[in-house]
Design a protein around this ligand. Structure first.
Ligand code: PHE
Length: 531
């Protein structure tokens, strides 16, 4: 950031920040994924565990990200660069671990992963903690590339709904139609293009007149549509069964796996681990209350996830469809469900508008991470950054869109990956999805909490959070454990647990440990009951 540049933009109001951040959090994860993973993992029992994960891990980590952003006033790379210690034993230990791991893998002739490990080890020595920010910006590219493909499908389904083409009589027909739709290059790439274009247009306008303004319009629209759909669903005869299925806890269906799925999803759903929240936090001023804003964002995100289930399951049950169809629920079952309700086409269209709106406010936050990096660190203007990297993301996403049905269009990439890594995911879409959701976000979350808890230090982070939210840090205890013992306001005799000390303990111990478990589970190194 050079001194000659104009002052960094800031959010116009606290509600603007809250709605924009909630917009980032509320997305396909809430409306498409949460209901079906809840259905598969014990309904209400899963919801309880998810709420716990959100409160115990999601909330504290989100506060870390906002504090990092507001303190440094930078994009994720700049934020870590500004706070990166000259030397960090912890980082060097990780680097050494990766190098040893690489050598070990090479000895076993696992060339691909061995090389990845060695390169990562070298990068850790070179960049230390800044690598976490770099990974965040890369995750911005990867996630937006496949996210905008799915978001494109939802836009396409809005058009189809409006044209009355979603009137499927049963799920099999809907399934076949969806299959043909996503395999058609014109539709898939065209809709993906429109979605990326919308993101570029909004992000190009900047923080206040782009992201904040549109979040303030789109988020209320999203809530209104959700409420209308819930009322429609709940007033159908037979809807109660759906509510029972969704919300009555069945602990026998909840497994250790389910708990880790809940944790992983809490991360994705709150947009944590890749710096979207660091970036949004960097446009926040010192007067705003980080604790209460985080609480509001987390509450809104959770509320929308719960409401999305209520908008779907009652209708699914009322119309006599099976609820446990997994990922196909939204594009395959719902159109058939709506078709049986009077004015079905209108309901279906409204539902896909809802999904598109949710995806758009998340998409802009992903593009903003990339944009902020190139504007802050690489001297691009906002206009150049959005156009150039919007185009890059469009191109990468188009490859994804063309590959959802498999590798037939790009056998050379498949062959290359197979030669290096031995196995390869079913499509480029899956490669990018797994790389970001299973690797980048959990690792990002793990390292963000380790960094704030042990390197930057909870004391400095609490000093940052204290601006604008005094009560958070004003009472005491466990201060030692939380790393706050030198803080003057913690020298009192009062042995009362403060929010700040609890937060410190979560960030130093509980979040890293829990995220590590979830990570080992997603990459398949940890198996817990139920399989
Ligand atoms: N939180 C978004 C969702 O639930 C996805 C997302 C992840 C957005 C990471 C930004 C960053 O769909």
């Amino acid at each position: 950031m050079s001194n000659g540049t104009p002052a960094r933009e800031q959010w116009g109001s606290s509600i603007g920040f809250i709605l924009a951040t909630a917009g980032s959090a509320v997305g396909l994860g809430n409306i498409w994924k949460f209901p079906y993973i809840t259905g598969e993992n014990g309904g209400g029992a899963f919801v309880i565990v998810y709420l716990l994960c959100i409160a115990v891990i999601g909330l504290p980590v989100m506060m870390c990200e906002i504090a990092l952003g507001r303190h440094t006033q930078r994009n994720p790379v700049g934020a870590f660069l500004a706070l990166n210690p000259r030397s960090s034993t912890l980082a060097h230990l990780f680097g050494l671990g990766m190098v040893l791991c690489g050598v070990f893998l090479l000895c076993f002739r696992n060339w691909g992963w061995g090389a990845v490990s060695l390169v990562l080890g070298a990068l850790i020595f070179r960049f230390r903690w800044t690598l976490v920010g770099i990974m965040g910006v890369l995750a911005g590219f990867t996630i937006l590339s496949f996210y905008s493909v799915v978001a494109g499908w939802t836009l396409g389904y809005v058009l189809k709904g409006a044209a009355g083409q979603l009137g499927f009589t049963d799920v099999a027909v809907a399934e076949q139609h969806f299959g043909e739709f996503i395999a058609s290059p014109g539709w898939a790439v065209g809709c993906h293009f429109v979605f990326v274009l919308l993101c570029v247009l909004i992000v190009y306008k900047g923080i206040r007149s782009g992201i904040e303004r549109w979040s303030k319009i789109l988020m209320p629209v999203l809530f209104m549509i959700l409420i209308v759909l819930i009322i429609r669903g709940l007033t159908l005869p037979g809807a109660v069964k759906g509510v029972q299925f969704y919300l009555s806890p069945d602990f026998s269906k909840l497994t250790g796996e389910g708990v880790l799925i809940a944790l992983g999803h809490a991360f994705f759903s709150l947009s944590l681990g890749m710096g979207a929240i660091i970036t949004y936090g960097s446009y926040l001023n010192k007067e705003q209350n980080i604790f209460l804003s985080t609480l509001s964002v987390v509450a809104l995100d959770t509320l929308v996830a719960l409401m999305a289930g209520l908008a779907m399951f009652p209708a699914v049950f009322a119309m006599g469809f099976a609820p446990d169809v997994g990922p196909g629920l939204v594009f395959q079952v719902l159109p058939a469900v709506f078709n049986q309700i009077p004015l079905g086409a209108a309901w279906a269209t409204l539902f896909f508008v809802l999904l598109s709106v949710a995806a758009l406010t998340s998409g802009i936050s992903l593009l903003e991470v990339v944009t902020a990096y190139f504007v802050d660190e690489r001297g691009y203007s906002r206009r150049q950054a959005t156009i150039v990297f919007g185009t890059v993301i469009f191109l990468l996403g188009s490859l994804c869109a063309l590959s959802v049905t498999g590798w037939q269009n790009m056998p050379w990439i498949e062959r290359g990956l197979k030669a290096v890594f031995g196995t390869v995911a079913p499509s480029l879409f899956d490669v990018l999805d797994r790389l970001s959701s299973n690797w980048m976000l959990p690792l990002g979350g793990l390292f963000i909490s380790l960094f704030v808890g042990w390197i930057w230090g909870t004391k400095k982070a609490v000093d940052e959070i204290r601006h604008g939210s005094h009560n958070f840090a004003d009472v005491h205890l466990w201060s030692l454990l939380a790393g706050l013992k030198d803080d003057p306001s913690h020298s009192s005799d009062l042995h009362v647990v403060t929010l700040a000390s609890l937060w410190g303990i979560f960030i130093r111990f509980i979040s890293p440990f829990a995220v590590l478990l979830a990570f080992l589970h997603t990459i398949g190194w940890l198996r817990l009951g139920g399989e």
